[in-house]
Design a protein around this ligand. Structure first.
Ligand SMILES: [Ca+2]
Ligand SMILES: [Ca+2]
Length: 280
């Protein structure tokens, strides 16, 4: 009996320890529907204004927090998107290189696709495909077309093959970006960036709500083969990837670098649990 009591107390102790480990995330998804910002991280002062608000208002408040970013020129003799990506996607092991998003290859920053049409050079992939809401010349369109939160260095030919496909799982393995798969309509990125894709798409949907001169970008479940609509999917797959590939140090560092350049953050990198309040 004494042994049983001891085991019971021991299991209660272990349970309470594991509960307190999870306390932070529990608090943020509790049933009261209030958002709690604990000021536990350097970046939490950015979110302090959200502390105590009703979770139903989170999306609206997040939009107001992130919608005043500096708009970069796409290509310019002054600091432009090329220059920004050399900082945001720098190879942590080689400051002369960037990491290409779909292949994972480390590539010389200087080996850019500037009309040379070299298939192994790198260019600028709009992860939210341009034609899905902000087509045209990015130099003129700007806004979402020059928002570096979703623009990544990519191998020129791989970028071309991804085209404007929506994100979902399955299909044929890509011959060059071997971790990626594709069908006629869909693109599945390599495992290491699946969550990164999801969180970039969540950012775009909340940053662009149609209250400025840009379209209201929205995620959908059909994937939307109609490329003229400002939609991309598949939402349920993105939600799954957000969990399967959690935020890592490269993504956090990238978010901070963008904050320094563009003046706004991707909240879904800093607080992945916010996703639960907005998409169910
Ligand atoms: Ca990742
Ligand atoms: Ca939107």
């Amino acid at each position: 009996m004494r042994k049983f009591t001891f085991l019971l107390l021991l299991s209660l102790f272990i349970y309470s320890c594991s509960s307190s480990t999870n306390k932070s995330s529990d608090q943020k998804t509790d049933k009261s529907g209030k958002i709690t910002i604990e000021n536990s991280s350097d970046f939490d002062s950015y979110y302090a204004i959200l502390d105590g608000i009703d979770s139903l208002n989170l999306r609206h408040n997040l939009h107001g927090l992130i919608d005043n970013n500096k708009v970069l020129p796409y290509t310019s003799s002054s600091f432009d998107v090329w220059d920004a990506l050399e900082q945001t996607d720098e190879d942590p092991n080689n400051s002369n290189n960037v990491i290409l998003f779909y292949t994972g290859r480390s590539q010389a920053k200087s080996y850019q696709d500037h009309g040379k049409r070299d298939n192994n050079s790198w260019n600028r992939e709009h992860v939210w495909a341009k034609v899905r809401g902000f087509g045209g010349n990015p130099n003129e369109v700007k806004g979402p077309a020059t928002d570096i939160h979703h623009i990544r260095p990519a191998d020129r030919s791989v970028n071309s093959d991804r085209w404007s496909k929506y994100f979902d799982e399955g299909g044929t393995s890509h011959s060059e970006a071997t971790g990626c798969k594709y069908t006629a309509d869909t693109w599945e990125p390599r495992d290491a960036v699946k969550g990164d894709v999801a969180r970039m798409m969540f950012y775009m949907a909340v940053r662009y709500e149609g209250d400025d001169r840009f379209n209201d970008l929205e995620l959908n479940e059909t994937g939307a083969k109609d490329y003229t609509l400002p939609n991309i999917g598949r939402l349920s797959t993105l939600l799954k990837w957000n969990i399967e590939d959690p935020v890592d140090s490269f993504e956090m560092k990238r978010n901070q670098t963008i904050f320094n350049i563009q003046g706004n953050r991707n909240p879904f990198i800093d607080h992945p649990e916010f996703v639960n309040y907005i998409w169910h």
